[in-house]
Design a protein around this ligand. Structure first.
Ligand SMILES: Nc1nc2c(ncn2[C@@H]2O[C@H](COP(=O)(O)OP(=O)(O)OP(=O)(O)O)[C@@H](O)[C@H]2O)c(=O)[nH]1
Length: 326
């Protein structure tokens, strides 16, 4: 029996960034959805029944302490347990939200959804949403985990804007945009935000959309190397059609050497001798590609590749893409 996979949202953000506040808002909002929640708690009081009230929620808490090594196993177990309960008719829900601890690296959480064939058919990762605390962002972003949380995001939500001023907010927005140019940035006021920013964002789908880059308000961004952040975004555009074999070879060698530090990457490519757009998308070493629709006369024919990574080997990437140009 084929089932529609359950969309999964990963909620991340450094300590105190407002994850629980946002989750509480999401659970109480009027969307008619039944949402299950998995919490990855780190020796804190987990969300309790009082907080969730009578919301139609199934809550599981992963009480593991070590976020880097055991989360993957624990989470996998919890995901299978939910499936078993659905199949036994004990449970049904439309969505799953995973709230990570403030100190968690989102990578192993995201990778869990690509690791096992059954999990891939029953769940689909919809997006990674990262909360950034406007007041404490500069201090938090000194931590590599906080930067990774920003780098992995499909959406960046700035909380506590009410406690800061416009100048600080603008500087933070620019910094976040430099780290991650893929993710639209929105303000969230005590957890309050349009649900369309949280659900059905299809961050991991193979689609040819690259709007955030086109709509970024900053036309000139400093190159990655001049920012204080290890994690940054590299955008490459080329009007030259690309040779698919040479490009594949380059991507394979890139992933072999730097796969662990390429947090997210995406490309919409113009390939020589094929009228269709080729889309690829990846997270760390896992990537997929697919043909999209044909280039239309009104399209600007160019390949756009976006890499978000830790100390990106910019020159190597530029040289590799240049070699693939026809
Ligand atoms: N002023 C203000 N306070 C906020 C906002 N969002 C959250 N807070 C407060 O910030 C504090 C931390 O919020 P939480 O939602 O518990 O943050 P968290 O990310 O779940 O925290 P940890 O689980 O400890 O990492 C709480 O006191 C919230 O009420 C906001 O937009 N403005």
């Amino acid at each position: 029996m084929s089932q529609t996979p359950i969309p999964v949202t990963i909620l991340t953000g450094f300590l105190g960034a407002g994850k629980t506040t946002l989750l509480r808002y999401l659970l109480k909002a009027e969307h008619g959805l039944k949402i299950a929640v998995i919490e990855n708690e780190y020796s804190e009081t987990p969300i309790d029944g009082q907080l969730l009230g009578r919301e139609p929620v199934e809550l599981m808490t992963l009480a593991n302490g070590c976020v880097c090594c055991s989360i993957h196993v624990e989470l996998e177990k919890a995901l299978f347990m939910l499936i078993d309960r659905i199949d036994a008719g004990e449970l049904s829900f439309d969505r799953l939200v995973i709230e990570c601890t403030g100190l968690a690296d989102p990578a192993p959480v995201a990778q869990t959804f690509f690791a096992d064939e059954e999990l891939c058919t029953r769940y689909v990762l919809d997006g990674i949403i990262t909360l950034v605390d406007a007041v404490n962002a500069n201090r938090h972003l000194q931590e590599s985990i906080a930067q990774a949380q920003v780098g992995f995001a499909d959406r960046l939500l700035i909380s506590k804007a009410d406690l800061t001023n416009e100048v600080q907010l603008e500087a933070l927005t620019q910094r976040l945009q430099r780290i991650n140019r893929r993710a639209p940035i929105r303000l969230v006021d005590h957890g309050c935000i349009d649900l369309a920013e949280l659900l059905d964002i299809r961050g991991f789908n193979l689609n040819a959309e690259m709007e955030p880059l086109a709509s970024t308000p900053f036309s000139i961004l400093a190159p990655v190397a001049t920012t204080p952040d290890r994690i940054g975004t590299l955008v490459i555009r080329t009007p030259q059609p690309l040779d698919l074999d040479r490009l594949s070879q380059f991507m394979e060698s890139l992933l072999e050497r730097y796969g662990d530090s390429l947090l997210r990457y995406k490309g919409v490519l113009q390939v020589a001798s094929d009228p269709r757009k080729l889309v690829f998308q990846g997270v760390l070493r896992l990537y997929a590609f697919d043909w999209d629709r044909e280039w239309q006369p009104e399209d600007q024919r160019e390949s756009v590749l976006v890499f978000i990574g830790d100390n990106l080997p910019e020159e190597e990437i530029r040289a590799g893409i240049a070699l693939a140009e026809c």
